[in-house]
Design a protein around this ligand. Structure first.
Ligand SMILES: O=C(O)c1ccccc1NCC(=O)[C@H](O)[C@H](O)COP(=O)(O)O
Length: 224
């Protein structure tokens, strides 16, 4: 936690990168179980490093999992399950995800087109929502910033939920993102990489320094 702002470093593919995220004080470590992602890992790869990972929250990231796929992830004992999904996903499928993980462990990450908001029906299914940048052909890892005003509107409208800001965050825009949205939980990925799936310790440090500076109590553009 950095001055009240939590940070998840996503797309970790190795112990070395998990340790780099731990070293800068990341609250949560994200592992992507999606074969189409350049940062995707398998359950076997995760199981091989599980016992040596730093003692941070572990987040399993997946895309529209079937019940058996999600059950296999739950079997590995993650702290949270971040599910990316298209907005036409039938409600009973989403309710099944919530039932399998428990709503306190579920992070819903809808692929929201510009004109669409989080549907009221979804709110009881999860305590946490992650708003990522919309991209027609991708579910995440776009490297592009999203609609910060939309994020702020959701956060202001539903203060009982945890809202995670995601999409294109990097050392040189994280201060502006926090200032524009008031986000208390950030997710970073390609903005702190050397190449897809490989984190850059220098960019991780730069991001945390920028976040420290942006959230200092005496910074006039920041309201805690
Ligand atoms: O990163 C991916 O390749 C990815 C692919 C499919 C679903 C989710 C994915 N990433 C999940 C994340 O939580 C990322 O951190 C998030 O999309 C932001 O990525 P970026 O814009 O690169 O910061």
């Amino acid at each position: 936690m950095i001055n009240g702002v939590r940070l998840k470093v996503c797309g970790l593919t190795s112990l070395v990168d998990a340790e780099a995220a731990d070293a800068i004080g990341a609250d949560a470590l994200g592992f992507i179980f999606y074969p189409k992602s350049p940062r995707g890992i398998t359950l076997t790869q995760f199981a091989a490093m599980k016992d040596r990972l730093p003692p941070r929250k572990k987040v399993a990231v997946c895309v529209e999992p079937s019940a058996p796929e999600l059950a296999a992830l739950v079997g590995l004992g993650f702290d949270h399950y971040q599910i990316h999904f298209g907005t036409e996903t039938p409600f009973p499928i989403m309710a099944g995800w919530s039932h399998l993980t428990g709503r306190n462990r579920l992070w819903l990450a809808p692929k929201l087109p510009p004109e669409q908001d989080v549907k009221p029906d979804w709110l009881p299914l999860a305590d946490t929502f992650l708003l990522d940048t919309f991209h027609a052909d991708k579910f995440g890892g776009t490297g592009e910033t999203g609609d910060w005003a939309k994020f702020k509107r959701h956060r202001d409208t539903h203060p009982g939920k945890t809202w995670i800001l995601s999409g294109g965050l990097k050392p040189d825009n994280v201060a502006a993102a926090v200032s524009a949205t008031g986000a208390k939980f950030l997710d970073v990925n390609s903005g702190v990489e050397l190449s897809p799936g490989v984190k850059d310790p220098a960019r991780l440090k730069a991001l945390v320094l920028a976040l420290h500076h942006a959230t200092k109590q005496d910074n006039p553009s920041y309201s805690a």
